[in-house]
Design a protein around this ligand. Structure first.
Ligand SMILES: NC(=O)c1ccc[n+]([C@@H]2O[C@H](COP(=O)([O-])OP(=O)(O)OC[C@H]3O[C@@H](n4cnc5c(N)ncnc54)[C@H](O)[C@@H]3O)[C@@H](O)[C@H]2O)c1
Length: 418
C-alpha cells in the first residue's frame, strides 16, 4: 500500500490535511504562515521547546501549542508535521512522528550526517508514511525547466560543472542562536545551513560526483565551523567540476554552469541562459577544416511569461526551421510549495517533488567535502558512514569553542517572509 492509500485509510476523508509545525522559530513561523496559501490544508498545532515561542505562535494562529513534540503527536491533531528545529533534532523527532504514523516534512538539511538521514528514509518506508524535504527551489519554474532541459539531453554529455554559492551572513546572524555554527548544534557550517539549496540544485542538474577533493576554512566569522568550502569533483563518466560556497561574500551571484557536448546551461540567481552549438564539440573539433573556426552557437535567455510554452517558425532560405521557443509559465512558488505537494501526494497520488530520499545526495556531498578537507585527500562517494560519524563525533567531543555573545533571536529571513 502506498503512502496515499495508507493516509486515506487513516483519515477516512479527502481533506483538509491537518498540519503541525515543530520548531516555532524563524522558519517554523514562515511555514505556519505559508500554509494559508495551501488549499485543502489546515494548520492545527505548533510545538517549540521554548514555552514563550510555542505560546506566541499558538496564540497568533489560534491553534493548540505544545512544548514537547511527543505531546503534539499524542494530541491526534495532525496528519503531517513540518520539522523546523536545529538540524540535529530533525532525525529523532522525525522518527518519533513516523513511528506514530504521521507524514513528515523535514527542513533542510535532513540531518547533520548521512547515516542519520538514511535512518529517516528507512523509518518512513517501514511505516509507509510520506516523507519530504524542504528544497523549495525545485519548484521554481526556471530551475525546474533547467533540470528538464539537461535531463532531456539538450546539452549532451556533460564535461564540466561549476557551482558558486555566495550567501552572506553577518556575525550577528551567527550570534542569534547558541546552536548556530557549532559542531554540536549544526554539524557543520555553510555547507549544512546556507548552501544545501544550491548543492541540491547542482546535483539535480549535474548528477552526483563519484570523488571529491575538498577544502574548508573559517575565514572571517568568529565561529567554530566553516564559512567557506570548495571542492574539485570527478564524475563517473569522466567529467569534472568545482563547487564553492561561502557566507563571506556580499554580492548576489548564485551560479551553476553545466557544459556539455551540445551546449552550455547557465543558471544565475533565477535567470537561465542556454547556449546550443551544432554539431557537437567532438565532431566539430575533429572535422572542422578551418584553423580558427567557431561553432554555430545560439544563445537563448529563458524567461517566465504569462503565456504557455510554444514554438516559433523561422524561414531560412528555402527551408523552414521550426525552432523551439522555451518559455516558462510564471508561477508563485516557495516553502509552501512543499506542503502543497505533500497534500497533492496524499489526496491525489501526485509524486513527491522533494522526497526525503532525494534529499540525501546534497548532504552526502557536504559530508564528503568535510571528510576530504580533514583527511586531505580525494574521497570516493558513497562515503564510509562509520568514518564520517566518528569524525563528527570527534569534532563535537573536542569542541572547546565558547559562544560569548549569544543573543537569541528567532527571526524569519525577510527574503522568505515577504
Ligand atoms: N528551507 C529554507 O530555506 C530554510 C531557511 C531557514 C532555515 N531553514 C532550516 O530550518 C531549521 C530551523 O532554522 P531557524 O532559522 O528557524 O532556527 P530558529 O533558531 O529560529 O528556530 C528553531 C526553533 O526550534 C526550537 N527547538 C529547539 N529544540 C526543539 C525541540 N526539541 N522541540 C521543538 N522545538 C525545538 C527552538 O526553540 C527554536 O524556536 C534549520 O534546520 C534550518 O536549516 C530552512
Amino acid at each position: 500500500m502506498g503512502t496515499r492509500n495508507a493516509h486515506q485509510q487513516r483519515t477516512k476523508n479527502h481533506g483538509p490535511v491537518r498540519f503541525g509545525v515543530i520548531g516555532a522559530g524563524g522558519m517554523g513561523r514562515a511555514h505556519a504562515q505559508g500554509l494559508a496559501k495551501v488549499a485543502r490544508a489546515k494548520l492545527t498545532a505548533i510545538c517549540d521547546a521554548d514555552p514563550n515561542s510555542a505560546g506566541k505562535v499558538g496564540r497568533d494562529f489560534n491553534i493548540a501549542f505544545f512544548t514537547d513534540h511527543r505531546l503534539l503527536i499524542r494530541s491526534g491533531l495532525c496528519d503531517v508535521v513540518i520539522i523546523a528545529t536545529p538540524h540535529p533534532l530533525h532525525t529523532p523527532i522525525a522518527i518519533d512522528c513516523m513511528n506514530a504514523g504521521l507524514h513528515v516534512i523535514s527542513e533542510k538539511p535532513l540531518a547533520e550526517c548521512i547515516s542519520k538521514a538514511e535512518r529517516m528514509v528507512k523509518t518512513a518506508k517501514k511505516n509507509r508514511v510520506a516523507f519530504a524535504v524542504v528544497f523549495q527551489s525545485r519548484f521554481n519554474p526556471i530551475s525546474a525547466k533547467a533540470i528538464e532541459l539537461v535531463r532531456s539531453g539538450r546539452i549532451g554529455k556533460i564535461y564540466r560543472t561549476m557551482m558558486l554559492s555566495p550567501d552572506y551572513r553577518t556575525q550577528a546572524y551567527y550570534d542569534a542562536g547558541s546552536w548556530r555554527a557549532t559542531w554540536k548544534g549544526e554539524g557543520g557550517g555553510v555547507m549544512l545551513n546556507q548552501a544545501p539549496h544550491a548543492m541540491d540544485m547542482f546535483i539535480q542538474l549535474c548528477g552526483m560526483p563519484c570523488e571529491v577533493f575538498g577544502r574548508t576554512e573559517t575565514r572571517m566569522h568568529k565561529i567554530e565551523v566553516e564559512d567557506l568550502a570548495e571542492a574539485m569533483l570527478k564524475y563517473p563518466d569522466g567529467g569534472s567540476g568545482y563547487l564553492y560556497c561561502s557566507t563571506c561574500e556580499p554580492c548576489h551571484g548564485h551560479l551553476i554552469e553545466v557544459f556539455g557536448d551540445l551546449g552550455k546551461l547557465v543558471l544565475k540567481d533565477s535567470g537561465l541562459t542556454i547556449f546550443n552549438y551544432w554539431p557537437g564539440i567532438r565532431d566539430h573539433m575533429h572535422k572542422a577544416k578551418v584553423m580558427w573556426g567557431e561553432m554555430d552557437i545560439r544563445e537563448e535567455q529563458i524567461q517566465t511569461t504569462e503565456t504557455n510554452t510554444g514554438h516559433v517558425s523561422i524561414t531560412a532560405g528555402e527551408m523552414e526551421i521550426v525552432e523551439e521557443k522555451i518559455e516558462v509559465p510564471r508561477q508563485e512558488t516557495g516553502h509552501f510549495s512543499v506542503s502543497e505537494n505533500i497534500v497533492a501526494h496524499l489526496l491525489d497520488g501526485a509524486p513527491l517533488v522533494t522526497s526525503g530520499e532525494s534529499g540525501l545526495a546534497s548532504l552526502e556531498l557536504a559530508n564528503a567535502v568535510t571528510l576530504s578537507a580533514y583527511e586531505r585527500r580525494w574521497i570516493k562517494l558513497p562515503i564510509n558512514r562509520k568514518r564520517y560519524d566518528s569524525l563528527l563525533d570527534k569534532f563535537c567531543r573536542e569542541s572547546r569553542f565558547v559562544k560569548k555573545t549569544v543573543k537569541t533571536r528567532r527571526m524569519t529571513d525577510p527574503r522568505i517572509a515577504k
